[in-house]
Design a protein around this ligand. Structure first.
Ligand SMILES: Cc1cc2nc3c(=O)[nH]c(=O)nc-3n(C[C@H](O)[C@H](O)[C@H](O)COP(=O)(O)O)c2cc1C
Length: 205
């Protein structure tokens, strides 16, 4: 048992927070590339590595944010929310996305996954691909934290995949899963409580 290494990892995992406000300071592309290499060390179903990344910086951030905001506005208005609340929520989302120094869009591709003739097993295969992408994202979040960067997972692309695909001119098989904002933190984030192991675990022997 490697106590020292486990301790370092415990500290790293416990110290990570979702960071939603960033300094203006740019993030070097070489560092982003390094984080993506760590992300790609994640395990994946059949080792097919179904993750794909779009790194979005500069003007492309606002272009993406505005395209997504239009969909978000449409959905909130369809929910029947008062227009002022819709405007406030859309503006906050837009600022969050356009204001992050770097956006990493995590996508899933089914290109190299197995195919099944029946819907049940095909759904399992899709789930395995999504699970694999999520593991890679977690590596990315932890690597960012280890580097002193802040990051936050945003689920918004799941709700408007076609819009995201069009805005970023993605290959047709890239299915947007999450948007990870990245940058040097402007605050320490807020510690969010976690359930105790006992609350979420059954032991059987
Ligand atoms: C699948 C998933 C979706 C999330 N979506 C959002 C989101 O859309 N907006 C947001 O601000 N945070 C989002 N988060 C971040 C969570 O709110 C955050 O991880 C959780 O509250 C625990 O806080 P912590 O990451 O600081 O420990 C998401 C996290 C996950 C794993």
């Amino acid at each position: 048992m490697n106590e020292e290494r486990l301790h370092v990892f415990e500290e790293l995992a416990a110290g990570r927070r979702s960071i939603r406000r960033y300094q203006e300071r740019p993030v070097p592309p070489a560092l982003i590339r390094r984080l993506l290499a760590v992300a790609g060390r994640a395990p994946s179903a059949h080792n097919r590595q179904p993750w794909r990344w779009a790194v979005v910086t500069g003007e492309a951030r606002r272009h993406l944010a505005e395209a997504m905001a239009a969909d978000f506005r449409r959905d909130l208005l369809a929910d029947g929310l008062p227009p002022e609340e819709v405007a406030a929520r859309v503006e906050r989302s837009l600022a969050r996305i356009a204001g992050a120094p770097v956006l990493v869009l995590a996508c899933m591709t089914m290109c190299e996954m197995d195919t099944y003739p029946d819907a049940r097993r095909q759904a399992c295969e899709r789930l395995m691909a999504a699970q694999s992408v999520a593991l890679a994202c977690q590596n990315l979040l932890l690597a960012a934290h280890a580097a002193g960067l802040g990051a936050c997972w945003l689920c918004a692309p799941l709700f408007c995949p076609e819009t995201v695909r069009r805005a970023l001119r993605l290959p047709p098989d890239w299915e947007p899963q999450a948007l990870i904002t990245l940058g040097w933190p402007a605050d320490e984030g807020r510690e969010r409580a976690r359930k105790a192991v006992e609350e979420v675990t059954l032991w059987r022997s």
